[in-house]
Design a protein around this ligand. Structure first.
Ligand code: NAP
Length: 526
């Protein structure tokens, strides 16, 4: 595939009038070809107009057609795997193994949503039959199901150049729900975005979908991104990135004359609690697993464990010492972008200066490119409780251990935590009876509770919930991973006494798709 550096608008291309942008190789600082062109206001308008027109046609496409589109995109990505992975390696400095795995996750997600659409149960079809004899008033026939919202704008993430980017989870779930998608590419991996965008564009055109079902635009968040979010023809937004970016989009969407939902996943510190029995039995093993999780992908994961609560005493000391040893021996990895690397280095410097904080270990920082050296800090529960800045995310391979005199100190610390994507608890059989209250507090703070494990490595499956109360996400209810993600881009529509030919087939009396439906309060299987 030839990279041209222009936006993909429907089945065409943007022009070369927009300002030039280049991607740099974060490992060498070298500027990569080609020059990218920022989408002009006219091009943005064209993409939105095409999507708006396509929305009405795409929502009426039968499920089998959406299934075919999702599978064709997955096949196309696999057919171009080497080219996509090669470009992504240059743009992100992530390893080949990581990117090959992520590409598999991306195609797996597309196929998972294809299956969800094929089965069709996600529409949550409900039928309450009429009862004309009911007294004192007759009961109407009432039916409802989830239906697509309309055009969705997706902001790609920097840290998953495939799985949360152009054809990632947000795009897959929006297309599956029946919504056209406009992707605002992340400026850290424009070439990878263009390659994947070409695959999506080709699949949609070859299968004869309405032009505008997909567009990919290049430009900045503050201009292109904001223009899209404020456009009245856009109906929802998916986002993965910083709290400041997510919050700006939430505020802009809420200030529109007609506000729209913004599903922003903004990361968290993912606290880990090591209970007394666990630290005594296997503190050093936990240290080794923590080290693997904190440094995975140079710490650039929203599920990176940034806070670890460890009991005071010798067993806890051994855990901290082992973790420090490992962190100090870990070479500095190359980070994704200049902004992320700068924010990480500043974050580490800031934490080091906070009162009550001790630097336990710093890894080497030398090496070419945007290097982020590891950092391990320690503090006590009183200092943690006194200074909320200690609970803030430092995006990269750093973590803060909070030493706690007992379970009560862990509990108090848990109570002041902000909303989180995850929390993890390490315990032995004897620990669990005393952990009920801690688990109860954590339940109210997080989307996913992990027992005797680490939060990195989010399984893509039906039951996964990758969300959490604000500020981990914008709405605290939805998930961006797992099949429930499709519900973000649909809303219930209710039909009262509708003539049969006007009902969607999912709600017709003879159930032509054989769906599981709730009929008169009873679940009916097919
Ligand atoms: P980011 O700065 O939030 O950028 C993500 C996307 O949002 C980009 O397309 C960006 O546009 C846009 N954007 C950012 N601020 C905006 C604003 N005020 N108005 C409109 N659009 C805006 O995230 P990043 O580049 O991936 O990394 C920066 C930091 O985000 C990291 O240091 C880390 O703290 C956090 N992060 C979190 C996660 C997570 O999983 N939740 C993932 C990655 C990063 P531009 O093209 O203008 O940059």
């Amino acid at each position: 595939m030839e990279l041209m550096g222009t936006s993909l608008i429907g089945y065409g291309r943007g022009g070369v009038d927009g300002a030039p942008v280049r991607v740099k190789d974060p490992a060498t600082g070298e500027s990569l070809e080609p020059v990218y062109r920022v989408a002009t206001p006219e091009e943005i308008d064209r993409a939105v107009a095409l999507a708006d027109r396509a929305a009405g046609l795409y929502r009426r496409e039968p499920a089998v057609r959406r299934v075919a589109l999702l599978r064709a995109i997955a096949d196309g990505i696999e057919a171009n795997r080497d080219e996509i992975v090669g470009r992504a390696m240059r743009e992100t400095a992530l390893t080949e193994a990581r990117l090959v795995g992520e590409l598999g996750r991306t195609t797996g997600q597309l196929r998972l949503f294809a299956r969800v659409v094929e089965e069709g149960h996600w529409v949550d079809a409900r039928i309450d039959h009429a009862d004309p004899e009911r007294k004192p008033v007759p009961k109407p026939d009432v039916r409802s199901m989830l239906e697509p919202l309309g055009t969705v704008v997706v902001f790609s993430s920097s840290n998953f150049p495939l799985a949360f980017s152009v054809a990632g989870g947000d795009t897959a779930s929006a297309l599956a729900a029946g919504c056209p998608v406009i992707v605002k590419a992340h400026q850290g991996h424009l070439g990878t975005s263009e390659l994947v965008g070409l695959v999506v564009q080709e699949a949609a055109q070859r299968l004869g979908f309405a032009e505008g079902v997909f567009s990919l635009l290049f430009g900045s968040g503050r201009e292109l991104g904001m223009a899209l979010v404020k456009d009245p023809r856009v109906k929802a937004v998916g986002f993965t990135g910083s709290r400041s970016g997510g919050r700006a989009l939430m505020d802009a969407a809420a200030a529109r004359p007609v506000p729209i939902p913004v599903y922003a996943e903004m990361g968290s510190v993912n606290p880990v609690f090591v209970l007394p029995g666990a630290v005594a039995a296997r503190g050093e093993v936990i240290a080794e697993r923590l080290h693997g999780s904190v440094t995975l992908g140079v710490g650039q994961f929203c599920t990176n464990p940034g806070l670890v609560f460890v009991p005071e005493g010798q067993a806890g000391d051994r855990l901290v010492a082992r973790l420090g040893e490992l962190m100090a021996a870990t070479p500095a990895g190359v980070m994704l972008t200049e902004d992320i690397c700068r924010a990480y280095r500043e974050g580490v410097e800031t934490v080091a200066k906070l009162p009550g904080v001790r630097l336990v270990a710093r890894g080497p920082r030398e090496g070419a490119g945007l290097r982020g050296g590891t950092a391990l800090f320690e503090t006590d529960a009183a200092s943690f409780l006194a200074n909320r800045a200690l609970g803030e995310e430092v995006f990269g391979p750093a973590t803060l251990v909070v030493r706690c005199a007992g379970l009560e100190a862990m509990l108090e610390s848990a109570r002041v935590l902000e909303g989180q994507l995850t929390a993890s608890v390490h315990g032995e059989a004897d620990d669990w009876a005393g952990a009920t209250e801690l688990v109860d507090v954590l339940k109210s703070k997080v989307g996913r509770l992990v027992f005797n494990g680490l939060p990195t490595g989010v399984e893509v499956c039906e039951a996964m919930h990758h969300g959490g109360p604000y500020p981990a996400t914008s709405d605290g209810i939805s998930t961006s991973v797992g099949t429930r993600a499709i519900r973000r881009f649909a809303r219930p529509v209710c039909y009262q006494d509708a003539p049969e030919p006007l009902l969607p087939e999912e709600l017709r009396e003879n159930n032509p798709r054989g769906l599981v439906r709730l009929v008169d309060g009873v679940i009916r299987l097919g």
